[in-house]
Design a protein around this ligand. Structure first.
Ligand SMILES: [Zn+2]
Length: 327
């Protein structure tokens, strides 16, 4: 007889979930404990943790082994779940010695495959839809449209300090995510920065009272947010440039799609403007001294590249693009 703790590791949880006919979307499935979810788990929150061969729901906290998964989704007893796994996965040779070998072989395989996965994408697997405090902040207070948040893959991480640690433990090469440890305990919104389709950086925006409010994985932001939109634009088309992701999302919520956002002017890099020369750039920075300085700096760079430049003048009562949306 194979000991239970080995049986739990022997069969990959993804394969168990597949055989249970569960719909798996980037390692997430719909939670069985929906009554504990505010929105009935509209976007799946239960993460299959392949390194640990267990699962955890990022919304309600339910967790367990492959045997718990079988019990929950087949509605059966513990004893039956063991029999079901043994009967359906004979290839894992679930006698004691073979089971151990299978577990080792499987661990090796998972490790090898996952080492090719971008740890930033792995982290996004553990993030959920924007709900609770995240929805309060982005949708109610900032007036952003949920469809826009979904489209730009804006996600939300809400969990205890313990589960943030556990998540980072489960992700190979997670050192790039270490800045997020500073967020322990606070829920935070996650803005993915993608370039050429690859996730280049994640910016976390903490919703608790503590400082700092922003943290970026891997230090400086390597390119403006939503830079890939420029690939789909023709020469001469308008490209809006805002300061900060919220202002970018605000323009999009108001129906302007051709938007990139830069972080604060202090970290702006001139080489970002090299690719913008073929557009008519509309600069829409904050309506304050710092914003005007940023606008002057960016337009100087752009003019040097030969781009057409327009400056969006916000009404005096609006501090930024977002306040246009919420006023
Ligand atoms: Zn749940």
């Amino acid at each position: 007889m194979i000991p239970l703790r080995e049986l739990k590791k022997a069969v990959p949880i993804i394969e168990v979930a597949r055989l249970l006919n569960l719909k798996i979307k980037s390692k997430k499935i719909s939670c069985y404990n929906k009554l504990e979810h505010k929105h009935g788990d509209r976007h799946p929150s239960l993460v299959l943790q392949t390194e640990k061969n267990s699962y955890r729901c990022m919304a309600c906290g339910e967790w367990g082994s492959i045997l718990d998964l079988v019990m929950q989704y087949r509605g059966c007893e513990f004893r039956d779940s063991i029999d079901w796994v043994k009967k359906n996965f004979p290839q894992y040779g679930l006698d004691r010695r073979q089971g151990l070998l299978a577990a080792l072989e499987n661990a090796k395989r998972v490790k090898g495959k996952k080492s090719l996965v971008n740890p930033l994408d792995s982290f996004l697997d553990y993030c959920g839809p924007v709900w609770g405090l995240g929805e309060q902040y982005l949708v109610r207070e900032r007036g952003l449209r949920s469809e826009v948040l979904d489209k730009l893959d804006i996600t939300f991480f809400q969990s205890s300090p313990a589960s943030l640690g556990e998540v980072l433990d489960d992700i190979p090469r997670s050192s790039v995510l270490q800045p997020f440890f500073g967020f322990s305990g606070d829920p935070f919104v996650v803005y993915p920065y993608r370039s050429e389709g690859e996730t280049a950086c994640l910016q976390g925006r903490r919703l608790g009272k503590s400082e700092p409010r922003f943290m970026n994985t891997g230090g400086d932001i390597p390119s403006p947010w939503n830079i890939d939109i420029t690939k789909s634009l023709s020469d001469g088309e308008e490209l809006w440039i805002t300061e900060g992701v919220i202002d970018g999302l605000s323009l999009m919520s108001g129906g302007i799609d051709n938007v990139v956002s830069i972080p604060a002017a202090a970290t702006f890099k001139e080489d970002w403007t090299f690719d913008f020369a073929r557009f008519t750039c509309v600069i829409c920075t904050d309506n304050d001294i710092a914003g005007k300085m940023a606008s002057d700096l960016i337009s100087a760079y752009l003019l040097r590249q030969g781009a057409n430049v327009k400056i969006a003048h916000l009404p005096s009562e609006c501090n930024d693009a977002n306040s246009l949306l919420t006023s």
